[in-house]
Design a protein around this ligand. Structure first.
Ligand code: AMP
Ligand code: MG
Length: 415
C-alpha cells in the first residue's frame, strides 16, 4: 500500500496549467489570470464627493459650529455624471451629490447633516446655506487615483479572479481577460449492473450515480465534464468508449469501478492495452483501490480509475481529481478551508488507513461542533449528501474521543 501523499504527488506530476484563452470578463470568475492587469487610468478618474452635501473652500468654514454657523451663498448644484458650470469662490458653495466631480475651487465637502439644510425639514432651493461644523480640508472628498493609479499593476499573473477582481477589472474597462483554459474531463462508468438515470431498475441492476456525482464534482472544481455514460464489462464496449473520450479531446479521463481485486480483469486489461496504467492500493478509507496512468490518444491523457463504490468514488475524486483539475486551471492552493470543531461522539479507526469521516459541522455556543453523519460504509451515499465536512483521521490514530477539538475540511462555501 502507498500513502495518500505518495499517490497524490505522483498523480500531480502529470498535470500542468493549461494554455491561456481570452474570455469575456465574467467567464474569468474563479479562474487564474495569465496576464498582469495594468491600469491605463486613475480610479476614481477625478476628484469627487463622497457625500451628499455642499462643496466648499475649507478656509471659509474651518471655524464653523452650531453656535457660530458660517453662511455661504449657494451658486449652483451638481449631480453625479455632470460638471459644475461655475467655480466655487470664497464665500460661496455648490450643492453636490455623491459621486459628482468636485467643482473647481472647492477642496472639501460638508455633508447635509452638518448644514442648515440637514437640520431643518424640507429646506431646499434656498439661496444661502449655514455650515454648522468646521471640518478639515479634503474631508468627504475622494481623490483621483486614490484607489488605483494610472500604470499601476493591479493584479499580477496567477491571481485567482473573484467577484472583487471582476469589479475592479470592469472599472478599468477590461471587457476580455486571459485565463487558463478549463480542463475537459471525460467521465466513464463501467459495469454490467448499471442502468442510466431514466431506465427502469430491473433485478440485479442499479442506477449509474457515479457518472452524475463525478460530473458535478468536475463542474464544482471548474472543469468541463464530458459524460460518456456506461461501458459494459467487455473489451469491445470499453475500448470503444475510451476512444470516444479521447476523440472528444479531453485533458483528464476518469473511470469508475473495475479497479478492485475482485473485479473482472477486463477494465485493467483494456486500460493497459490503451496506455500505461498502474493499479494502486492507497492507504485511505474509503477509496483504497485506485488506478492511475496515461492513455495514448492524439496526445497522452492522464487517467484516474476511481473505485466503483459511490462514496469511494467521490472521496477518491476529492483527494486526487480535484487537485489535478485545480492545477490545470493554474491554481497553486488545493487545500479546502478548515474549521476547528468539538467532536460529538467517539470516532474509531481500526483500518490503519487514513479514514475520511463524513461529518456535519454546526455552530454551537460561539464555536463549532462536528458529528459523524452516521453509517460510513462506502456504499452509503447519503453519508456524503448529508455531510458538510470531512474529518481526516490519520492512519496511526485508532480513536478520536468525543470532546476533542478536531480540524474539519469544509466542503462548501458556506456553513
Ligand atoms: P467495483 O469497483 O466494480 O467492484 O464496484 C464496487 C461497487 O460499486 C459495486 O457495488 C458496484 O455495483 C458499485 N458501482 C460501480 N459503478 C457504479 C456507478 N457508476 N454508480 C453506482 N454504483 C456503482
Ligand atoms: Mg464492477
Amino acid at each position: 500500500m502507498i500513502s495518500v501523499e505518495e499517490a497524490l504527488a505522483h498523480v500531480l506530476t502529470h498535470f500542468h496549467p493549461l494554455e491561456p484563452e481570452r474570455v469575456p470578463l465574467l467567464d474569468s470568475l474563479d479562474r487564474v489570470l495569465t496576464e498582469d492587469i495594468v491600469s491605463d487610468m486613475n480610479v476614481p478618474p477625478f476628484n469627487n464627493s463622497a457625500m451628499d452635501g455642499y462643496a466648499v473652500i475649507a478656509a471659509d468654514i474651518m471655524h464653523a459650529s452650531d453656535e457660530n454657523p458660517v453662511t455661504l451663498r449657494v451658486i449652483g448644484e451638481v449631480a453625479a455624471g455632470y460638471i459644475a458650470i461655475s467655480p466655487v469662490e470664497r464665500g460661496s458653495t455648490i450643492r453636490i451629490m455623491t459621486g459628482a466631480p468636485l467643482p473647481l475651487g472647492a477642496d472639501t465637502v460638508v455633508r447635509f447633516e452638518d448644514t442648515s439644510e440637514g437640520r431643518e425639514s424640507g429646506a431646499t432651493g434656498r439661496k444661502c446655506v449655514e455650515i454648522m461644523k468646521g471640518i478639515r480640508r479634503g474631508d468627504n472628498v475622494r481623490m483621483a487615483g486614490e484607489d488605483i493609479r494610472v500604470d499601476e499593476v493591479v493584479f499580477v499573473k496567477g491571481t485567482v479572479v473573484r467577484e472583487g477582481e471582476i469589479g475592479v477589472m470592469a472599472s478599468l474597462g477590461k471587457k476580455y481577460v486571459s485565463v487558463h483554459r478549463r480542463p475537459r474531463v471525460a467521465i466513464l462508468a463501467t459495469g454490467d449492473e448499471l442502468v442510466e438515470i431514466d431506465e427502469p431498475v430491473t433485478p440485479g441492476k442499479i442506477r449509474n450515480s457515479n457518472g452524475y456525482s463525478n460530473a458535478a464534482a468536475v463542474l464544482k472544481a471548474g472543469g468541463v465534464p464530458v459524460q460518456l455514460g456506461i461501458a459494459r464489462d467487455n473489451i469491445g464496449d470499453l475500448t470503444a468508449k475510451i476512444h470516444e473520450g479521447l476523440d472528444a479531446d479531453v485533458d483528464l479521463f476518469i473511470t469508475s469501478a473495475g479497479v478492485s481485486v475482485g473485479d473482472y480483469d477486463i477494465v485493467k486489461d483494456v486500460l493497459n492495452a490503451e496506455g500505461e496504467v498502474r493499479f494502486w492500493q492507497v492507504r485511505m478509507k474509503p477509496g483504497k483501490p485506485l488506478a492511475f496512468g496515461v492513455l495514448r490518444g492524439k496526445k497522452q491523457v492522464p487517467l484516474l480509475g476511481l473505485p466503483g463504490n459511490p462514496v469511494s468514488a467521490m472521496i477518491s475524486f476529492d483527494v486526487f481529481a480535484r487537485p489535478a483539475i485545480l492545477k490545470m486551471l493554474g491554481r497553486t492552493e488545493f487545500a479546502r478551508p478548515t474549521v476547528r470543531a468539538v467532536l460529538q461522539g467517539d470516532v474509531k479507526n481500526n483500518s490503519q488507513r487514513r479514514n475520511i469521516i463524513r461529518v456535519v459541522v454546526e455552530k454551537r455556543d460561539g464555536g463549532f461542533i462536528a458529528r459523524s453523519t452516521g453509517a460510513q460504509g462506502s456504499g452509503i451515499l447519503t453519508s456524503i449528501a448529508r455531510a458538510n465536512g470531512f474529518l481526516i483521521v490519520p492512519e496511526d490514530v485508532s480513536l478520536v474521543r468525543a470532546g476533542e477539538t478536531v480540524e474539519v475540511q469544509m466542503l462548501h462555501s458556506e456553513l
